[in-house]
Write a protein that binds this ligand. Structure first.
Ligand code: UD1
Length: 429
């Protein structure tokens, strides 16, 4: 398995092109299953999770064509043409779904178009139990019969789906997306209450509307969908990745650097930018994106609590913790979305961090410096927090099991190296 070696201590200066958001691209790709007409997506990031979704769609019968690349520099967003006209299979097999939990997003569109979907129970990130009951509740409300057998969810709607009032007891990004996709082809009107408000949901609603769906209210807690019977071909460019942008802003802040995040959208990452400013980082909007400039003094400690959007993103929690490890004082980080999302803590501790975890809250006593060590990547965001810590640490850090990083960060070494990082991937069989 590949390793990443980083010799820390260089201030990172320069520009990084931000890719399309993985979490937007995955449901956007799944939307092609709704229609016989092609969906062309540009700015698709180059990531392992995108390949997994592409494999799943091809398995189902989608004709997938790589039309080329856009963007210059290191980031080269791909353009994918996804033609769902010949989809015949409605079974998402264990072998593919176990690689990525988000594969469950094919459930809604398959069920809506074909009246049947059989999806393996997912695997994916090892961050807590991550059930899919809310996805199933939404499908049931839309009229599906659901059974669980041999590790598969069997969903049937013989007469098609019917519009419904769906009340989510808890905010779920994936379940909201699945419901939105399914309701697009359901007969009548659906209202999603307590819907997730993430920018990736809005991006999906924009694509679906371009395909001919009738959706209003995305970005709020109530989304209304009037079902339609047919859809049209469309093009769409994937939203910029707010988590990737936030991660590189932290890299600038932790190394005393100055990085312009090309294509980053400040309007989708306000809370992260507010926290960085409170830490003493200067954040400027530029004509091309956002610039993050480290302050001269030590970073200021913060208390943060993760929450659904527009709250502080759980996907930025590990990176912010890596930053707060170097702050001048005591910080608290409370994780409310996922259990088990402090797996970076023991690894950061190996690098000299002082962190105590009590239930869902981590107390961080800031230290003046970190030291390189051999550490292990565990999940996607935990892994990148180790990259950040390593960039700021004295000496060399070796990060093992970096395949987690490749699931969500495209060209991570080249992007960081272009800003002066001493970073190298050691390829291993
Ligand atoms: C998405 C993102 C992930 C991010 C998360 C929260 C994608 C591909 N992934 O994941 O990066 O960290 O949103 O912002 O977009 N839950 C249930 N039952 C369900 C579904 C969820 O109890 O059926 C719980 C989860 O265990 C979790 C919470 O709801 O505690 C939120 O999860 P959810 O918003 O669904 O996250 P994902 O869509 O899986």
């Amino acid at each position: 398995m590949d390793q990443i070696k980083i010799r820390g201590g260089q201030p990172l200066n320069g520009q990084i092109e931000i890719g399309g958001a993985k979490n937007a691209a995955l449901p956007l790709m799944a939307a092609c299953l709704l229609s016989e007409k092609p969906v062309t997506l540009s700015n698709v990031p180059h990531l392992a999770d995108i390949t997994t979704m592409a494999n799943l769609l091809v398995h189902l019968g989608v004709d997938l064509e790589l039309l080329g690349r856009s963007g210059g520099g290191v980031h080269a967003g791909r353009t994918l043409k996804l033609d769902g006209s010949k989809v015949s299979d409605t079974v998402a097999p264990y072998d593919i779904v176990r690689r990525m939990r988000a594969s469950v997003i094919v459930l809604g569109p398959l069920l809506a178009r074909f009246g049947h979907a059989r999806v393996s129970l997912p695997g994916g990130c090892a961050i807590g139990t991550r059930p899919i009951d809310l996805h199933l509740m939404a499908m049931e409300a839309l009229g599906a019969d659901i059974t669980l057998e041999e590790g598969y969810i069997e969903t049937v709607a013989k007469k098609g789906l019917r519009g419904a009032e769906i009340h989510f007891p808890q905010v779920s990004v994936g379940a909201t997306e699945n419901a939105l996709l399914a309701a697009t082809l359901a007969e009548g009107t659906s209202v999603l209450h307590n819907a997730a408000r993430e920018p990736e949901i809005s991006d999906l609603a924009v694509l679906l509307r371009r395909m001919g769906a009738k959706i209003t209210g995305e970005g709020t807690e109530i989304i209304t969908v009037e079902g339609v019977t047919s859809l049209q071909p469309t093009d769409h460019s994937v939203l910029a990745d707010r988590i990737e942008a936030g991660t590189y802003a932290v890299a600038a802040a932790m190394t005393g650097g100055n990085i312009e995040l090309i294509g980053a959208r400040a309007d989708t990452m306000q809370r992260t930018l507010d926290v960085l400013r409170a830490c003493g980082v200067t954040i400027e909007k530029t004509t091309q994106g956002i610039r993050a400039i480290a302050g001269r003094d030590r970073l200021r400690p913060q208390d943060i609590t993760t929450a659904p959007y527009p709250g502080f993103a759980t996907d930025m929690q590990a990176q912010l913790m890596a930053l707060l490890v170097l702050a001048d004082g005591t910080s608290h980080v409370t994780e409310t979305i996922f259990e088990n999302r402090f797996m970076h803590v023991p690894e950061l501790t190996r690098m000299g961090a002082h962190i105590r975890v009590d239930g869902h809250t981590a107390t961080i006593e800031g230290v003046k410096k970190l030291a390189g060590a051999e550490v292990m990547a565990t999940d996607l965001r935990a892994s990148v927090s180790l990259v950040l810590a390593a960039l700021a640490a004295e000496g060399e850090t070796t990060i093992n099991r970096v395949y987690h990083i490749d699931r969500g960060y495209e060209f991570v070494e080249s992007k960081l190296a272009s800003c002066g990082a001493d970073i190298q991937r050691i390829r291993k069989e």
